[in-house]
Design a protein around this ligand. Structure first.
Ligand SMILES: [Ca+2]
Ligand SMILES: [Ca+2]
Length: 98
């Protein structure tokens, strides 16, 4: 599972949050991969996520010791998070609604 692969490779850098290239900025609650607009078929949301609203970008988020990384929807404008997928940050996006 790709998700587990990524976890294995980023777990050693706890304290950082990693964008995974998943977003619902086109249709709220409808998460799609940025690289090919495919619908997400697997998920690893944290217990109270996604909590929606203006948080449209999904990151690997580590709450604290022992918790590991789970998915959180987060404010796309957050700086200091690191993209796992290179394709996400530079493509022009057409926002059709929220
Ligand atoms: Ca959202
Ligand atoms: Ca959230």
């Amino acid at each position: 599972m790709e998700n587990d692969y990524l976890k294995d490779h980023v777990t050693f850098m706890k304290g950082y949050t990693w964008w995974i290239g998943l977003t619902d900025e086109l249709v709220e609650g409808h998460f799609m991969w940025r690289d090919d607009d495919s619908i997400v078929t697997y998920s690893d949301w944290d217990n109270d996520q996604p909590n929606g609203g203006p948080e449209d970008c999904v990151g690997f988020y580590n709450k604290g010791e022992g918790n590991g990384f789970r998915w959180h929807d987060l404010d796309c404008g957050n700086r200091g998070f690191y993209p796992i997928c290179e394709s996400s940050q530079t493509e022009p996006e057409v926002i059709v609604g929220k």
